[in-house]
Design a protein around this ligand. Sequence first.
Ligand code: M6R
Length: 369
Amino acid sequence: EKGGYDYFMLKEIAEQPKAVADTLLGRIDGAGRLTLDEVRIPDAVLRAADKIVIIACGTAFHAGLIAKYAIEHWTRIPCEVELASEFRYRDPILGQRTLVIAISQSGETMDTLMALRHAREQGAKVLAVCNTNGSTIPRESDAVLYTHAGPEVAVASTKAFLTQLVACYLLALYLGQVRGTKWGDEIHAVVRELARIGDEVERVLETMEPVRALARSLAHKDTVLFLGRHVGYPVALEGALKLKELAYMHAEGFAAGELKHGPIALIEEDLPVVVVVPSPRGRSVLHDKIVSNIQEIRARGARTIVIAEEGDEAVVPYADHLVRIPATPTLLQPLVSTVPLQVFACELATARGNEVDQPRNLAKSVTVE
Ligand code: M6R
């Protein structure tokens, strides 16, 4: 059942191009319009929404953090992202004009379920983004947008994460379409790009051998830090989570702009720091800022592992290790930049002799609060 792979995780990483394509299938028509019939929440309700709240845990929470950038940019609806385990204990402000999005691979996570029940009790509409047909979270929601990743067996989430992102992008674009936002041209460009993204993920997968070799060479390290900006920040958090659960290493993700507010004190000689670099096109201010962050940490001894787009030459002088990803629109970059981080964590776990599919102390689906 592992299809010739040593671990389910490797199989599931390899399945990502198909998972992404399957999640898009039938949801964009020939004219580039979104057709999300499953979103059985009336357009009038979607138009009236004045706030979106995303609730999720772990990797699904990171997908939510990325979704926030897309939702706010394309719909201009304020969007909050909250850990499901914190949500109902802080008396959140919800009402009939709040649209709640509950993201869950398993559809059985108790924290997320309790948060969604609380939201519905307060009158909010809940839309589930879920990978498991007929599971509890979609059954208790007003509507569900399924991710079509297929069964995910490894405890560490990989293909489910990528499809959660795709579903959230589709949803954000759909909300933009229903509400008639002003980003028409950009939305069309993104839709076209989404259609190609599976091939780009495949290209990333084909170039992962140096990442594996790098991971093996770092197996004796205690700490790895991850930095990102904009959507690269949640990607950094996800890279760190993967490393914690699989390699049992101390791994932390930071927003690169926060470095000088504390974390830069952690930098010491030969500390591996993974930096997710935003596209040099478009939002070039962001790009310039992160290049100077890389310079700053390298000047203090960090060993820089730089994930940057093909053609981004500005990072070359400061990268001890350079991992190339295809050029993609900024908001979609997590679909390609996360993949090397998954491979990195998986290889480190193997090199450290850890159980890849069943990390210690963890369960695939957390059905207790
Ligand atoms: O099934 P869910 O998506 O609701 O699960 C949420 C988290 O428990 C899950 O993403 C967890 O963080 C993964 N093990 C991360 O790889």
